[in-house]
Write a protein of this length. Sequence first.
Length: 304
Amino acid sequence: MGENMRSHCDSTYVGGINKHPLLTRAEETALAEAYRERGDLRAAHTLVVSNLRFVLKVAHQYAGYGMELSDLVQEGNLGLMVAVKKFDPSRGVRLISYAIWWIRAFMQSFIVRTWSLVKTGTTQAQRRLFFKLRSARNDADRAAGPGQTATAAEVAERLEVAEGEVSSMEVRLAGRDLSLDMQFSSDAGQSHLDLLPDRTASHEEQLASLDERRVVRRRVVEAMEGLNPKERYVVENRLMTDEPRTLREIGEHFHFSRERARQIESSVIRKIRSNLSGSEVAPLGEALPAHRSPTTGQDRRACT
């Protein structure tokens, strides 16, 4: 019964996000300019909801790490909203091409914080090992030949890390009984990705009330505007970059310890989360429907 309820909630959520049509480049540019130049929150909202389907797809890529899919989606949605706030359409790239880095950064940060076994996974090299090990292992095994298993040294060479680090991480992952190939349905070979339709759904679902949406929009803006210069620096140089700085480098920049940099990073994420989950707001409202059925308004907790 639990699996049936979860499947129902997944299907309901997918239907809710896919009813928002994809935007053309021209539509996206016009909306981004409206938000960037005039602070049009309705335009920002449209940019967010039209891209929620991509957050779900990315969440499925990380679902094998033992996290609830709904939690990953919520983290990814936060990353998407940050990307919308910072997006500059004049650079000539589509929003999702820019936002994907924010989405992944928020999900990865959540996974690393949640996994008790990855207490040392705070440097860029350690995070890379954590998230790339499975792919590197598969590639190395294929290169070793049919029926052969690559050595830890061969995997380490692909990842440019020490052999001992690969062995240690594989032991830890095995100890957690981690399945990176987990299926999401009792039907053979079916995953949650199979729930994603190619076309957008009709506009039949009802949305949260206008008052609630206004509160959510205001809180999104407040969450980002409330960051101090150090926090903004940490976000921009730690989460939103192809070559993130280490906590040690951030600490050296501001002349404080690595631990202080870690505390600031954790504080930033808590602030954003706190601003978006006030008791007077139904969980993240229309802009973040991870916790609420777009059709019935049902609380996500009934679906876990």
